[in-house]
Ligand binder design. Structure first.
Ligand SMILES: NC(=O)c1ccc[n+]([C@@H]2O[C@H](COP(=O)([O-])OP(=O)(O)OC[C@H]3O[C@@H](n4cnc5c(N)ncnc54)[C@H](O)[C@@H]3O)[C@@H](O)[C@H]2O)c1
Length: 245
């Protein structure tokens, strides 16, 4: 597989290592100092692009790849209100794309458990639910895309919840405990790669679904596996397609 890496930051570097370990070629690397190189000419012959940049740049980067006929796996978080536009464009052009707010295979299994847990908890009104996410201090968006996915997918299955709200204690924000909202607490600490906990609590007990990432390697490996999955295909995919769940 001939791959392009778009965004040569922490994830881009890790992805490069995994691509090479798995026998792929890195044909093009784009970062903010050579953004003009992300064009149809330079993308010619590239099978798949892996995009991990910034919320402000993801949309244009992905659009360029779709228009150039290059399959794309993107993991940039904090911009996904425009994702449906690109998914529609991808279908229209017969391209291939996969997007996930978290490429860890373990997190994607946790997403599935979270959905089932919410279905089971829908009948148990005596439990309230909250989410906590902890990431390294350089993370730019809050709450994490993963926490938003966990919250949205629980809200879709819990009649008593209709929204989520985020509090950032480091900014002096304090819990709000709105009955119809899932509160997401976003914490930023040291070098933490990513920890997510969904907690259901009644007066008498606590049930927790927790995923702790030990390193970025799990994310980079999942992103490369996702790129391998979309390479040569046509369509819009999620990690559920890859995991057959
Ligand atoms: N989906 C996942 O599994 C997952 C995992 C980790 C991080 N992320 C997300 O991926 C993104 C990147 O994370 P990171 O930790 O590598 O961040 P980072 O800040 O280390 O790297 C981002 C890189 O993008 C570059 N960049 C900025 N604008 C660009 C442009 N127009 N074209 C190309 N490159 C550009 C920056 O120079 C930087 O090198 C963030 O949104 C983060 O939240 C997602």
């Amino acid at each position: 597989m001939k791959a392009a890496i778009i965004g040569y930051g922490k994830m881009g570097h890790e992805i490069e290592k995994i691509l090479l370990q798995r026998g792929h070629t890195v044909a093009l690397i784009i970062d903010q100092n050579n953004t003009d190189d992300l064009c149809a000419d330079k993308l010619a012959g590239v099978d798949v692009a892996i995009e991990f940049t910034m919320p402000q740049t993801a949309y244009d980067n992905i659009r360029t790849c779709i228009e150039a006929g290059v399959a794309i796996a993107s993991g940039t978080t904090g911009w996904t209100e425009r994702l449906p536009e690109l998914q529609a464009l991808c279908r229209e052009k017969g391209g291939a794309m996969i997007y996930s707010s978290n490429y860890s295979l373990g997190v994607n299994i946790a997403f599935r458990i979270n959905r089932r847990l919410a279905e089971l908890m829908n009948g148990c009104d005596n439990y309230d639910v909250r989410i906590e996410e902890i990431h390294h201090t350089q993370k730019k968006d809050a709450p994490s895309g993963t926490a938003i996915t966990l919250a949205d997918e629980a809200i879709a299955r819990l009649d008593r919840k209709s929204a989520w709200n985020c509090i950032e204690p480091q900014k002096g924000e304090t819990p709000q405990h709105k009955a119809d909202s899932i509160e997401i607490t976003s914490l930023r600490e040291g070098m933490v790669p990513g920890t997510h906990t969904v907690t259901y609590e009644s007066e008498d007990d606590v049930l927790e679904l927790k995923h702790t990432l030990k390193s970025r390697r799990a994310l980079a490996t999942g992103a490369v596996i996702a790129a391998e999955f979309v390479c040569g295909k046509s369509g819009v995919f999620t990690m559920d397609d890859l995991l057959h769940v």
